[in-house]
Design a protein around this ligand. Structure first.
Ligand code: GCW
Length: 848
């Protein structure tokens, strides 16, 4: 008879399926050999001083038990008494203050800042002393992270944060149906974990799991509702719900904060004005803020978007932005709350015909003269660049222009303009690029990181906010790999000098295990992602070139210009770029301190990657690289799209090295990205090719010898349609099944030389419909697919044939001979009229 254990092991899959819910907090078992070797050296005794249920120290104990069990299979005893130097080795958890009061003064007390902790594993004991409870929890997570990465070397250090504001911002709406942007504005991973049907959800179990993740990366506060704030968040019933949410975050040391709608006294109260200088309005806010703190006494504070993109604010009453901010900041201050006031104030009805208009100027124009007028607890929250989370921007000039007001930088974990989590984009290098920029205020070292931490201008407050927008998707952000950005955000907000590669490697170990090949590959893919995406979207500082009027997802260079939004590129037939010089342009360059202003004022000293941000030049302008602007566009787009193809084989090399579930999920996204990168490449290249009339030196743009345009095939039931924008279809046309057709076919005789080809098809994948397609060669079916990308991709959907819905399917290899018949049969479903753009037969080595 076989021994019973055989049966037991046979039932356990070698690698457990995972859905990503645990993020980097998997506490996965270390390989047996390592665990056996080290488990013994870890103390079995945990001493925790002063833990209270529902507060972070108690969570530290909970996590420690869970982590040690998971990582090392180790059980521990918990005691609430004991000091350093006891006979049995122990893991000691306490706040420093409590430790001193229980055990007496330390000979050499660590110097801890707010939220900082002391960590020592040197003499067989583990000592974690936090400056407060959550700091002790941070230290505990640090310890577990080290164990999970098999880092057992003894260490002793103090870890203090660079900045005390390390906030997350959620753009969650109260309601799915009445909000303009659905459940979460710019969310790409399901609906809100907080709100449903204008109320706080009954089941908040995801919030508790989220709190653990945030705490482990030392995020200390989270704004739960959209900056486009709905006043009904503040109804009595909803405030009680906010209280429930705060109760779930509190054990993890994450404080809740709220976005406020400036017009609430009118919208929610019964006043007929929201003028910040009106006494009744002042009283209303005083009462409301007191009421909110009555429900959530440890609320971190508030966030406000005033007079921006249609939001109400003090300017409505000719009051200043400072008067507006102070109105709500004053009562918040009485409760120790912070008031984050967004600098994203601009006019989105700017006259584009005026050469000197510039949205980038707005932040300084609106805020600089109020420097010093804000209450002490007001922090101005500034997006990293002067426009809006673009693939390449210089840092906002406002960082250099507010000396008497604390500031925070606003980053975006949610990839609004950066591929919406369908495209891999590891953000740390981009963030570091901004934070490491030296603004040279008064000719002195003035890194953005030191401005936001408060160090440069001597402020106690300051730091980081990031729009996070996780949703109900089990893996939080829609894409497993996108989670490295959330993890990295915490690391950067704590220590802005964190190395991009180190961070993604740590994250990979925690997320996928210790396999060196996996760590190296994920790091390589991640580090490739920014240059790659920049290459196939918008180059030389021209911005992302996505559709800014619609979903912010696919390509649409034309949408940047000739409207009031001010994200202009000023592209015409001869030249392109925003002239932001002082001598001839909008003057934006002059908002930087002198040394930097001087650098950006001149083409010669402006780096190529920001050339079009600061200068308007002919397409034939020769860059420092020796290429012309237009040729750089063409080449970069080909390079970027080609690089995107390499992600798939890199990922495929990891098959079987962790669970199939996460492997397959990411594979689908990367395959899709490889196709969409080609859509991007062609759309942008066609657009500028068409506009400038300048040929690609390499002859690639507009020349596709291996493609068959479906609109040129013999059509039955299909109709030729013009696509908008035209450059998002190969040769500007596609086909769709006629309104009354239930099936449609396209047929052609192949003229390619006999051989084996990789077959691919470009089509449009629309929401609310899954058209099906079959491909036949000489009557034999060689491939079939359904238009179902919309079911599992997270991007904002488009109902039209355009750059958002344009997609590619890779249909495997086919062997054909000249004269063979190609037939595609499409069956429409709902609004998806089985649309097709082109078929391509790719010889070995060709990417087209
Ligand atoms: O980036 C833009 C977004 C808006 C957003 C706004 C902002 C919440 O497209 O969706 O609104 O910025 O940051 O306020």
């Amino acid at each position: 008879m076989r021994p019973l254990f055989w049966l037991a092991t046979a039932l356990i899959p070698a690698v457990m399926a995972e859905d990503g819910l645990d993020g980097w907090l998997r506490y996965a078992p270390l390989p047996d050999k390592i665990a056996k070797c080290y488990a013994k050296s870890i103390p079995s005794q945990v001493t925790v001083l002063g833990a209270t249920d529902g507060l972070p120290l108690a969570s530290a104990v909970k996590e420690l038990k869970l982590g040690l069990k998971g990582i090392l299979g180790k059980e521990v005893d918990i005691s609430d008494e004991g000091c350093m130097g006891g006979e049995t080795p122990s893991i000691l958890l306490s706040t420093l203050e409590n430790y001193v009061s229980v055990c007496g003064d330390l000979d050499d007390p660590p110097e801890l800042d707010e939220d900082g902790f002391y960590f020592n594993t040197k003499d067989g004991n583990v000592v974690i002393l936090g400056s407060n409870e959550r700091a002790t929890l941070y230290g505990t997570f640090e310890y577990l992270s080290r164990l999970a990465q098999a880092r057992f070397e003894p260490v002793e250090y103090v870890d203090n944060p660079e900045a005390n504001i390390r906030w997350g911002n959620h753009w969650d709406n109260m309601d799915y149906t009445t909000s303009t942007h659905g459940s979460i504005e710019r969310g790409y991973a399901g609906v809100s974990i907080f709100f449903k049907d204008n109320k706080i959800r009954d089941d908040l179990s995801r919030v508790e799991q989220y709190a653990r993740l945030l705490s482990s990366i030392r995020i200390n506060a989270i704004v739960i509702n959209n900056v486009n704030a709905n006043p009904i968040t503040l109804t009595d019933e909803n405030l009680a719900g906010v209280g429930r949410i705060a109760d779930l975050f509190r054990p993890y040391g994450v404080q809740v904060a709220l976005s406020l709608n400036f017009a609430s006294p009118v919208e929610l109260g019964d006043l007929d004005t929201f003028d910040p200088l009106d006494e009744d309005v002042v009283r209303w806010w005083d009462g409301m803020v007191d009421k909110i703190y009555g429900v959530v006494p440890d609320l971190a504070g508030f966030l406000n978007k005033a007079n921006s993109e249609g939001q109400p604010g003090p300017l409505t009453y000719n009051r200043t932005l400072a008067e507006g901010a102070n109105l709500m900041a004053r009562p918040a201050a009485r409760h120790g709350g912070i008031f984050m006031f967004r600098a994203f104030v601009y006019d989105h009805h700017l006259d584009h015909r005026d050469w000197y208009n510039d949205r980038a100027n707005a932040a300084v124009d609106f805020f600089k003269h109020h420097d010093g007028e804000f209450e002490d607890n007001v922090v101005v929250q500034i997006k990293y660049g002067p426009i809006d989370f673009q693939v390449r921007e210089p840092p906002s000039t406002l960082f250099a222009n507010l000396r008497h007001t604390p500031v925070a930088v606003e980053l975006q974990v949610t990839q609004e303009y950066l591929g919406q989590q369908n495209h891999l984009f590891y953000l740390t290098p981009l963030w570091r690029d901004i934070l490491d920029f030296d603004l040279r205020v008064d000719g002195e070292e003035s890194y953005v990181r030191d401005v936001v931490s408060g160090k440069r201008f001597g402020h106690k407050l300051g730091g980081y906010a990031a729009v996070i927008n996780v949703g109900m998707d089990r893996n939080w952000l829609g894409s497993h790999l996108a989670m490295s950005n959330l993890y990295a955000y915490g690391r950067i907000a704590w220590d802005s000098s964190s190395d991009s590669v180190d961070v993604v490697e740590d994250w990979t170990r925690l997320t996928f295990g210790l396999d060196r090949g996996v760590i190296d590959t994920v790091a390589e893919m991640s580090m490739l992602s920014w240059p790659m995406y920049e290459n196939y979207t918008g180059n030389l500082g021209v911005q992302t070139l996505t559709d800014i009027l619609h979903t912010h997802y696919g390509p649409n260079p034309a949408s940047q210009d000739n409207n009031g939004w001010g994200q202009w590129t000023r592209a015409n037939r001869y030249s392109i770029g925003m002239d932001r010089t002082v001598w001839n342009g909008t003057g934006y360059a002059g908002q930087y301190p002198a040394e930097v202003a001087e650098r950006f004022e001149h083409i010669e000293t402006t780096p190529d990657n920001l050339l079009l941000w600061f200068h308007h030049v002919p397409y034939t302008h020769v860059l420092k690289s020796g290429k012309t602007v237009i040729q750089h566009f063409y080449d970069a787009h080909y390079d970027g799209a080609e690089a995107a193809q390499t992600l798939v084989p890199m990922w495929e090399s990891l098959k079987g090295r962790f669970d199939d579930e996460r492997y397959e999920h990411m594979l689908h996204r990367l395959v899709y990205q490889a196709g969409h990168a080609i859509v991007w490449r062609d759309a942008v290249n066609y657009f500028y090719h068409n506009l400038s009339g300048i040929e690609d030196e390499a002859g690639r743009v507009g020349s596709h010898p291996w493609r068959i345009e479906v609109e040129d095939m013999e059509l039955d039931g299909y109709e030729r349609v013009a696509v908008t924008p035209p450059s998002t279809a190969s040769r500007f046309y596609a086909v769709e099944a006629a309104a009354n057709a239930t099936v449609a076919t396209a047929t052609a005789t192949l003229g390619f030389p006999a051989g084996t080809y990789r077959l691919a098809v470009n089509y449009y994948d629309l929401p609310d419909g899954q058209a099906s397609y079959e491909v036949f060669i000489n009557g034999e079916e060689v491939a079939a697919w359904e238009g179902d990308y919309d079911l599992y991709l997270g991007n904002t959907k488009s109902e039209f044939l355009d750059g958002h819905s344009a997609a590619r399917r890779w249909l495997g290899e086919v062997t054909i001979a000249e004269g063979d018949e190609l037939k595609i049969v499409g069956r429409p479903d709902g609004i998806e009229r089985a649309p097709l753009d082109y078929v391509v037969f790719l010889p070995e080595g060709v990417v087209d």
